[in-house]
Write a new protein. Structure first.
Length: 736
């Protein structure tokens, strides 16, 4: 096999097709038509901006891959315009220019021949001579051509600093003609402004530009990065000692003393806040999280006051309501309703089968009878839809309730423009992070009432904080706890097992072949066999035995990575449920293929498109010419440019965290020691309680027992303590 020490060989040819391209690092597999060779050549290497039809000069060496045979490994390359009619047609029709697909490209090349690219460059109005090209499309082609030229220049700059072509488009959209200037001035701006570009990528660019490893700009950016990275694990702050440990490791700068004065400077500049908190002593926050946590506590305390009610009248109304609706409220439920209507802010919490839904339904009817305007909301679209069905009233997602304004990149409703309502009931509140809690509380009128409803034993929010758990733990806000499991719910093994799990007890799951149940455990230790079982159960066993269609079954997994992670499961499930066919258009993006009919999930809040983290939909159409795909969600259809496709992920399998707020007819959940770091009681409990009719766990009994015994990992938050301190009237938080 050849190696890098050999003299480099030069190949010249035109790109026939791109077999594989990883946008995260640019690594690609190309098929090249090489001058003087009858056979196509397979070329591998890192390429930022390659388009079929272009001429390519590559320098590298031959290797004999044990699996794929002889390949040419590129070390460097140069691109030039295609010089043949076939090359020009392939280049134009590749999707490089929005508005020009293969058919249009053929017509243009047939008209102008080898002069095609020069005419588009110098005299694009002549495109009107081509049949079927309107003035509107010519304008689109002009704009796209100019944009592509600018992107090419930017890509040349970015490629020299190891930035992929995928992110070059995103960067250009963000900064336009100021791209290079912005990056040279402050490369760390990329990590803050561009979703998908992390600190490490920005740091590589900074170092390539000559920034010293111990420069103040790098160390300051690194401190912020470490704190924001901690929010991905749910933390609102880091203890100073832990911040210093993480910063020295991440930036590979071993001297902690270099960071300490910068923390002080950043505190003075209000980039960071230092707070004295119990146990950890010095807590270091980034500004937005500190201000959100403190403002949330202040607003909750302002709402926390008693409301005068006619108790006898309320009790009589509840009795009449139950008679009319032909159901019974337990004493626990009645007490919960009375606690809510007599409190400015309150919480209703309880596990599955304890009557939260019935309680909320009766509560809404009572509040309406009292002449109060009730607004209902939930963090996710599915949870809001379910809340609306239960109460018979409109329920919105919190984001839609607050109305995001893309022109100001903020919510329309806040302290200056509050919502109109007397009582706000917020369901699935365990999913609310501290930033969203602050935005919501800012928009609620000061004389209104608020009731947060949720199961505090579920996983906390994906975002930073553990809002509902902290509010309950503070013992400051009135909390109504529903603990009685109703007879009908107790008949469900899903519900009874969930309560056992919550008490750290291992349920006696039904096994395959035993009597009919709604909750099974299929034992298997081999990951490959577990994967095969997942496919079989989803596509054959459940549909045949329980008459639940595969598209109604949700596979849940504790983590993304590994052979039993969601990434690998999605690839296999897609092939089994929605295989490729000539009738289904598809597009490959990195290692993922998206095709019409695929179930997908939004991975980040996109306020412009009004689609939010956790929303699940199906791909309705893919337009390779306009480089767009349409996704149908519950109540809307969203159009994505290909450059935004990384915001989506296949959703045949999703993480347990992302399943919060949703219910499915059936869930299938692999649990294995491969998931060791994320195995805890809340993972199993939350996953199990997503199932309405059927739950099947597949994996190792020992791993499930380990998870049930393990409490969820602690999050660094201070909301509970801030509420307690604030209630005393001493003041919220002691700032240093």
């Amino acid at each position: 096999m050849s190696n890098n020490n050999e003299k480099l060989i030069e190949l010249i040819g035109s790109v026939k097709r791109i077999t594989f391209h990883n946008p995260s690092n640019g690594w690609s597999v190309l098929r090249l038509n090489v001058k003087g060779s009858l056979d196509e050549v397979t070329v591998t290497g890192s390429f930022s901006a390659i388009t079929p039809g272009e001429n390519l000069t590559v320098s590298g060496f031959w290797i004999n891959d044990t699996t794929y045979g002889f390949q040419f490994k590129a070390i460097s390359y140069q691109i030039s315009r295609p010089a043949t009619l076939v090359g020009i047609e392939k280049y134009l029709g590749s999707g490089l220019i929005k508005g020009v697909g293969p058919v249009t490209a053929r017509r243009i090349v047939q008209k102008f021949g080898l002069d095609t690219l020069d005419i588009i460059e110098a005299d694009p109005d002549r495109l009107k001579e081509v049949y079927g090209i309107s003035a509107f499309r010519i304008t689109r082609i002009k704009n796209a051509w100019v944009e592509q030229k600018e992107i090419r220049n930017i890509m040349t700059f970015l490629t020299s600093h190891n930035v992929s072509s995928h992110f070059a488009v995103k960067i250009f959209k963000q900064y336009g003609k100021d791209t290079i200037k912005t990056i040279e001035t402050n490369p760390y701006q990329l990590a803050r402004d561009i979703y998908g570009i992390g600190f490490k990528s920005a740091d590589k660019i900074a170092l390539n530009l000559g920034l010293a490893r111990d420069s103040q700009a790098r160390l300051r950016a690194g401190i912020s990065h470490v704190l924001y990275e901690a929010t991905e694990d749910g933390h609102c702050f880091l203890p100073k000692v832990e911040l210093l440990e993480r910063a020295t490791t991440t930036l590979e700068v071993p001297d902690e003393a270099l960071f300490i004065p910068l923390i002080e400077v950043m505190t003075v500049d209000k980039e960071l806040y230092k707070v004295e908190v119990p146990i950890t002593k010095e807590a270091i926050y980034v500004g937005p999280l500190f201000l959100s946590e403190r403002a949330t506590a202040m607003r909750l305390l302002n709402f926390n006051h008693p409301i005068a009610i006619d108790l006898k009248r309320v009790d009589k109304w509840l009795t009449r309501f139950c008679e009319k609706e032909s159901f019974t409220l337990s004493e626990e439920q009645k007490e919960s309703i009375i606690k809510v209507v007599s409190s400015g802010v309150s919480v209703i919490t309880g596990g599955p089968g304890c009557g939260k839904t019935t309680t909320v339904r009766a509560l809404v009817k009572l509040l309406q009878a009292m002449g109060k305007k009730v607004l209902l909301a939930s963090p996710t679209g599915r949870a809001a839809q379910r809340l609306g069905e239960v109460t018979g009233r409109e329920a919105k997602t919190i984001h839609r309730l607050l109305e995001f304004d893309p022109t100001t990149f903020s919510f329309k409703h806040d302290t200056e423009n509050p919502l109109e309502g007397d009582v706000f009931i917020i369901d699935e509140s365990s999913m609310i992070d501290i930033l969203l809690a602050n935005s919501l509380l800012k928009a609620i009128p000061s004389d209104a009432q608020i009731c947060f409803v949720g199961d505090a034993d579920q996983l906390p929010s994906v975002g930073p904080g553990q809002f509902l758990q902290d509010v309950i733990e503070s013992n400051v806000i009135p909390v109504a706890r529903l603990t009685q499991v109703f007879r009908q719910a107790a008949a469900s093994n899903i519900i009874s097992y969930a309560h056992k799990i919550n008490q750290a007890q291992m349920p006696e799951f039904a096994r395959p072949g035993s009597s009919i149940s709604d909750c099974y455990l299929v034992e298997e230790t081999d990951p490959e066999k577990i994967n095969a079982l997942v496919i079989k159960i989803v596509t054959q066993s459940i549909p045949k035995k329980f008459q639940i269609h595969s598209q109604q079954i949700q596979v849940l997994a504790p983590m993304k990575r590994g052979s039993l992670g969601t990434t690998n499961l999605n690839i296999m499930l897609q092939e089994a449920i929605n295989p490729a066919s000539d009738e289904k258009t598809e597009v490959k993006w990195g290692i993922t293929t998206y095709r019409i009919g695929d179930r997908v999930i939004q991975q980040v809040n996109n306020y412009q498109l009004e689609v939010f983290n956790g929303d699940i939909g199906h791909i309705k159409s893919i337009d390779l010419e306009d480089r767009q795909l349409e996704v149908s969600f519950n109540d809307k259809t969203i159009t994505y440019d290909f450059s935004d496709i990384h915001e989506l992920s296949l959703a045949y399998a999703i993480s347990v965290h992302r399943s919060q707020g949703s219910e499915y007819p059936a869930i299938v959940m692999p649990i294995h020691f491969q998931h060791w770091n994320l195995l805890n009681r809340s993972i199993v409990y939350t996953g199990l309680t997503r199932a309405k009719k059927l739950a099947i766990l597949i994996g190792q009994t020992g791993a499930i027992k380990k998870a049930i015994k393990q409490n969820s990992s602690e999050r660094y938050t201070n909301l509970a303590e801030t509420l307690r301190v604030g209630k005393t009237g001493v003041g919220i938080g002691k700032l240093w």
